[in-house]
Design a binder for this molecule. Structure first.
Ligand SMILES: NC(=O)c1ccc[n+]([C@@H]2O[C@H](COP(=O)([O-])OP(=O)(O)OC[C@H]3O[C@@H](n4cnc5c(N)ncnc54)[C@H](O)[C@@H]3O)[C@@H](O)[C@H]2O)c1
Length: 449
């Protein structure tokens, strides 16, 4: 049987975690036929890794202006989109029209017009789009889904989700392209898409209306100056700035081969600086956000995201008509260091002590109890390994937990963040149906592709 042909666009820090299993564990059924990126230096490093570390061969590398040539010459069956978020739509639409299926990293895209373009292209071509919502695939989050579906606390009426990003991982978004709304759509789209997708999936519900607040209160030059940290603002970037040596926000791009070869070497050909000062002028995304979502089912989500916390993790509570579920997930901190999945590790940082994850069920009029969960210390809570099996393994029967997300479920998640951004600027509630049409007849997420 011929192998399935895969091409990747966007060879930054993330793509390696999908390319490595593709050419190793799943190499018998799959092949990598081409890579595409703005930066020839980054692609050269990927080819170096393929040959030196992964026992594969170098693959044709196409600069971004030659993406269509890659599709025509290499004829991939599937294109994996791993670029910065604001370009996802462009590559998804072009790949679909070239007859390819698509897997895209989250968020599917960053604004309503781009989302509509993806939905239109999918409809016109009938090709398959999958969104890599790896959060859904972590076994302990599946456990929450199973508990809710078992009806142990009856019907869920409301959810509270508090997500904390710390001054290691959270700060990292403010060093790079994510700090600019035109690239990421804000962290309400880039990051919260994971959290909104989880709630949509846990509740099996489709969001309807959003009201939000968001402010930049910690990062940015003025905030640092206001709290007496002016000296942390004196350099434009960290690498090569001796004054930044003792700055706790310093990221030195000479620290590892992957940083040097992906990012330092790629500066000249792409203009991408990976280590900008988090206390600089020009940041256009909030670092503190809170919002309410009403679902088509009438359920309500109260959500907050803080990006400057001393610890990282989330606390979620579900209020049902027969009790309450509390879910805590504080598994430590990490930032994307562009390493191979086998070298991934939780980072040892003060204040980032891992408390682990646990679920406690509080039934009405009965004692509460803890639900046992496996301890998993792997990339993204063990989710990436299971997700890769889904992407590259032999076709499997439909997933009992409904973890596969297509274009409509991808839209249902980003629509909350996109509506929230609009609500922050208008100070009004926003109806998602005014932004994008997502199967108006459906009530449940599982009725969406
Ligand atoms: N699910 C997860 O856990 C997870 C983790 C990390 C990143 N991601 C997602 O993966 C994607 C990539 O993130 P990353 O951390 O690798 O970022 P990165 O900054 O390391 O890499 C982004 C890459 O996109 C390329 N790029 C930018 N504009 C381009 C264009 N117009 N054409 C072609 N290439 C272009 C850059 O040159 C760079 O190589 C993002 O969408 C991000 O949301 C997901």
């Amino acid at each position: 049987m011929s192998k399935k042909r895969h091409a990747f666009v966007g060879t930054g820090g993330r793509a390696l975690s999908f390319i490595e299993p593709l050419v190793t564990t799943y190499g018998d059924q799959n092949e990598l036929v081409g890579i595409c990126d703005l930066s020839p230096a980054r692609m050269a490093y990927y080819n170096e890794l393929l040959v030196r570390d992964l026992g594969y061969h170098a693959v044709p590398a196409y600069t971004a202006d030659r993406f269509d040539d890659m599709l025509r010459e290499q004829k991939p069956d599937e294109v994996f989109v791993c670029t910065k978020d604001s370009m996802h739509h462009d590559y998804i639409v072009r790949a679909l029209h070239a007859g390819c299926d698509v897997i895209t990293e989250k968020p599917m895209t960053t604004d309503a017009a781009k989302c509509r373009a993806i939905l239109d292209a999918q409809k016109a071509t009938g090709r398959r789009v999958r969104v890599a919502f790896n959060y859904r695939w972590a076994p302990f989050r599946s456990k929450v889904k199973e508990l809710i579906e078992s009806g142990v606390v009856g019907k869920i009426h409301s959810v509270n989700l508090e997500y904390l990003l710390d001054t290691n991982h959270g700060a990292d978004y403010f060093r790079r392209w994510h700090a600019h709304i035109e690239n990421s759509g804000t962290l309400l789209v880039h990051k919260s898409t994971h959290h909104f997708d989880l709630v949509n999936w846990w509740l099996d519900a489709i969001p309807q209306q959003v009201f939000a607040y968001g402010d930049l209160v910690f990062y940015g030059k003025q905030n640092a100056v206001n709290r007496g940290d002016e000296k942390l603002t004196r350099y434009a970037r960290y690498t090569g700035s001796p004054e930044a040596k003792d700055d706790p926000f310093c990221l030195d791009l000479t620290e590892s081969e992957s940083f040097r070869k992906l990012y330092l070497a790629g500066e000249a050909d792409s203009g991408y600086l990976r280590d900008q000062n988090v206390f600089r002028d020009g940041i256009t995304v909030p670092d503190q956000m809170s919002l309410n979502v009403r679902y088509r089912t009438g359920q309500v989500l109260t959500y907050s995201l803080v990006c400057y916390s001393p610890r990282e993790g989330m606390r979620v509570t579900f209020n049902g008509d027969r009790g309450r579920i509390e879910y805590h997930e504080f598994i430590g901190t990490h930032m994307n260091r562009a390493v191979s999945p086998k070298n991934w590790k939780i980072e040892e940082k003060p204040g980032a002590e891992a408390e682990g994850e646990w679920i406690r069920v509080f039934p009405h009029f009965k004692s509460s109890y803890v639900v046992e969960m496996p301890e998993i210390r792997a990339a993204h809570g063990g989710a990436d390994v299971i997700l890769n099996e889904h992407f590259y393994g032999p076709p499997a029967p439909p997933d009992a937990l409904g973890r596969t997300a297509g274009h409509e479920q991808g839209a249902a998640s980003i629509a909350i963040g996109i509506a929230a951004v609009q609500s922050i600027s208008s100070n009004l509630p926003v109806n998602i149906s005014d932004l994008v049409t997502i199967n108006p007849d459906a009530m449940k997420l599982s009725q969406l592709v």
